[in-house]
Design a protein around this ligand. Structure first.
Ligand SMILES: [Zn+2]
Length: 299
């Protein structure tokens, strides 16, 4: 799922293309993608773009409305949704769920696979937009006190709290793994067990990881015509996410995983858990006594 760095670069790239331009037409090819009936999607046609912003993991287009009351198009990519940019005059994209035609070109929403999860909402006014905000704080902009307060709000594992959109904005499975690896903290440590120094370390790691990745993706987009064409959660430069069994770039130990219902957590036992292997339920039930307890047993 595109997370804060990907969404930030989508927002910046789209703003550079359409700010001040007019949204001329919207074509919704798959009606299921449009989740609101009122205002009708046609209400945004012919309107000037006032801005583009991020709301959690969503991309938001702000359009001039009536009497200073802006209209917003909220696009949630979920897991497999992607945004493409076609210059004016380019051939229409195949497999588009929806297309937004501007003077300068066309923004196209696509979604890989057959599950339709990506969505578009049209909302009237900033209060209606705010109602869609899950409420998580922006980790990069927040100070360490606000960050620690959010962490302490619920007693869950660090991985679960970091990726909870009601606590922190824009962090999902991939950057959650990367942040915890950078902070050298176990993904299953409970938030209320975290000392003040560890909380600060986690905050520093979150800001560093999200900032570095935003810079990297921004530079990549600049090299490919001002648009992020390769948005993926699996990248070779990642330390642990999606890198099961590959060597940790810090210590060389093989990256481990905990398998959940529909995703997995990756971590380095040597860097994050004092060498302890975290048994996931499926694997440990299967292997029982043969399940290794320490990284030294499998290296
Ligand atoms: Zn390591």
């Amino acid at each position: 799922m595109p997370e804060l760095p990907d969404i930030t670069v989508y927002v910046e790239s789209l703003a550079a293309k359409v700010h001040g331009d007019t949204l001329q037409r919207v074509r919704v090819t798959d009606p299921f993608v449009l989740r609101t009936a009122l205002p009708p999607i046609a209400a945004v046609e012919g309107r000037r773009v006032l801005g583009v912003e991020r709301l959690g993991k969503r991309v938001v287009l702000e359009l001039q409305g009536e009497a200073g009351h802006p209209l917003f198009v909220v696009i949630h990519l979920m897991i497999a949704g992607r945004l493409r940019w076609l210059s004016a005059g380019a051939k229409p994209a195949r497999g588009a769920l929806a297309s937004f035609v501007f003077g300068a070109g066309t923004l196209v929403l696509t979604e890989a696979g057959s599950k339709r999860r990506a969505s578009i909402h049209v909302v009237d006014g900033r209060a209606a937009l705010a109602a869609m905000d899950p409420g998580g704080i922006d980790v990069i902009a927040s100070d360490s006190i606000a960050f620690a307060r959010q962490l302490a709000a619920e007693n869950h594992t660090l991985k679960r709290s970091l990726t909870n959109p009601r606590l922190f904005s824009g962090i999902g499975n991939a950057y959650g793994d990367e942040i915890l690896h950078r902070a050298k903290l176990s993904p299953i440590m409970l938030t209320r067990k975290l000392g003040p120094d560890e909380a600060r370390r986690l905050h520093d790691a979150a800001r560093a990881v999200l900032g570095e990745w935003t810079d990297r993706l921004r530079a990549e987009a600049a090299r490919s015509g001002g648009w992020p064409d390769k948005v993926t959660a699996l990248r070779p430069e990642m330390a642990v996410h999606g890198r099961y069994r590959q060597p940790c770039p810090v210590c060389g130990a093989p990256v481990q995983r905990i398998v959940h219902a529909d995703n997995e957590t990756n971590y380095c036992a040597r860097c994050q858990t004092g060498g302890r292997l975290l048994a996931d339920r499926a694997l440990s039930t299967l292997l029982k006594a043969s399940w290794p307890r320490h990284i030294d047993e499998i290296e």
